[in-house]
Design a protein around this ligand. Structure first.
Ligand code: PLP
Ligand code: COI
Length: 371
């Protein structure tokens, strides 16, 4: 419901209704499921849903039983892919607290993605409250040890209309999944395949938005990477096809023999990763130079051969910080260093994980206490 105040209209913040799952997963079964959950296959008992319509704004906020979503077969998301999502994790600390990592940053990126996809803006406070509500309802699903609860907020266009225009109705939802490592061989450096013909995003496109369409467009190249024995695909820029941009689901960093780091700049075609930004801050905090500057495939190959490039790593919420050991390309393969994990990669990961898990002081104010 919109209320008028002089000439300004503002949406009322919806009050959450909680409808607990009538028969939640038995604790013995839950503990079995979260012991070695892998990534993204195990789900908790609850979900959050909030509806949006042009007439009512955000309304009907519910924490309820997780289950299928009813959609009209003409719903706009099914035809024109008006969909965005986020990814962040809840951690259980050694002393039993529950922390989120920079949920406000995910809220703001969700707003930017929404703007690019002509979707309504979900207020930052409502996004964060929805996360807190779900994490509290499903706190028992947060794995101990190295695991975490991966949270997947998303928004879909639900108006039943086949004309091509922004939908007038949306569903925002959050589901939760207890996770371990994203990669099957967590301790091994990654092999990556450089896609030189298939692009992920171009200038003026939606590459900086976290929308499902970007991932759909990446799947053929990701499947090619898998066929070549690689865990991830590396995308190059779509114009010159030589500048390294990012991986299918992660940002990328390079570490040189003078101790400096480089990561591709945010130019609208890559995702503004929250882990990327944290890594830049942590590395600069160590007194290291970090350049946000282009790096081309030819230099990557040459620098790896001469030893000027010492380390390379991928980073993202799901992947955390993962060393890249082997690079495969149509012109041949090359290794980074001795193909093992570099020292700085390991140090940055440990530093980040210790903050995320509340094991070390959070001088940047990145963690958000939920319980
Ligand atoms: N780039 C892409 C394409 C991604 O899917 C992700 C993961 O969310 C990232 C980068 C890293 O972003 P973040 O660190 O915010 O998870
Ligand atoms: C994330 O890290 O949250 C992502 O969305 C990337 C995907 C590989 C799961």
């Amino acid at each position: 419901m919109r209320k008028a105040c002089g000439r300004i209209a503002w949406p009322r913040r919806p009050v959450f209704k909680t409808v607990p799952h009538p028969a939640p997963t038995a604790s013995a079964r839950r503990l079995e499921l979260i012991r070695e959950p892998g990534f993204g296959r195990v789900f908790t008992d609850h979900m959050v849903t909030i509806r949006y319509s042009e007439a009512m704004g955000w309304h009907d906020a519910v924490v309820g039983r997780r289950g299928p979503i009813m959609l009209d077969p003409a719903a706009a998301v099914l035809h024109y892919a008006q969909e965005i999502f986020e990814g962040l994790k809840a951690y259980r600390t050694d002393d039993g607290r529950v922390l989120l990592f920079q949920p406000q940053a995910n809220a703001r990126r969700f707003q930017r993605s929404a703007a690019r996809l002509a979707m309504p803006s979900l207020p930052e406070a409502l996004f964060v409250e929805a996360l807190e509500q779900l994490v509290r309802a499903d706190a028992a699903w947060i794995p101990q040890g190295d695991g975490s609860l991966y949270l997947r907020p998303f928004m879909i266009a639900t108006e039943a209309f086949l004309g091509v225009k922004p939908s007038s109705e949306y569903l925002f939802a959050i589901i939760a999944s207890p996770v371990g490592s994203y990669f099957k061989t967590a301790a091994e450096p990654l092999s990556v395949w450089v896609s030189e013909d298939l692009s992920r995003a171009g200038p003026g496109g939606a590459g900086a938005a976290k929308c499902g369409g970007n991932y759909a467009a990446s799947l053929l190249a990701q499947a090619e990477a898998a066929r070549r024995g690689c865990e991830q695909v590396v995308f190059l820029d779509a114009v010159e096809r030589r500048w390294v941009e990012e991986l299918g689901g992660m940002n990328v960093f390079f570490v040189f023999d003078d101790g400096s780091l480089r990561t591709p700049p945010l130019g609208g075609t890559i995702l503004d990763g929250i882990t990327r930004s944290a890594v830049i801050t942590l590395a600069r905090g160590r007194g290291l130079e970090v350049r946000e500057a282009g790096y081309c495939l030819a230099d990557w190959r040459d620098d790896a051969r001469t030893g000027r490039l010492r380390e390379a790593f991928a980073c993202g919420t799901a992947a955390v910080v993962a060393a890249i050991g082997q690079v495969k390309t149509a012109e041949g393969d090359f290794a980074i260093g001795d193909g093992g994990e570099g020292a700085l990669t390991a140090q940055l990961r440990a530093q980040l994980v210790d903050i995320q898990r509340g094991r070390s002081a959070d001088s940047h104010g990145w963690t958000h206490l939920v319980a």
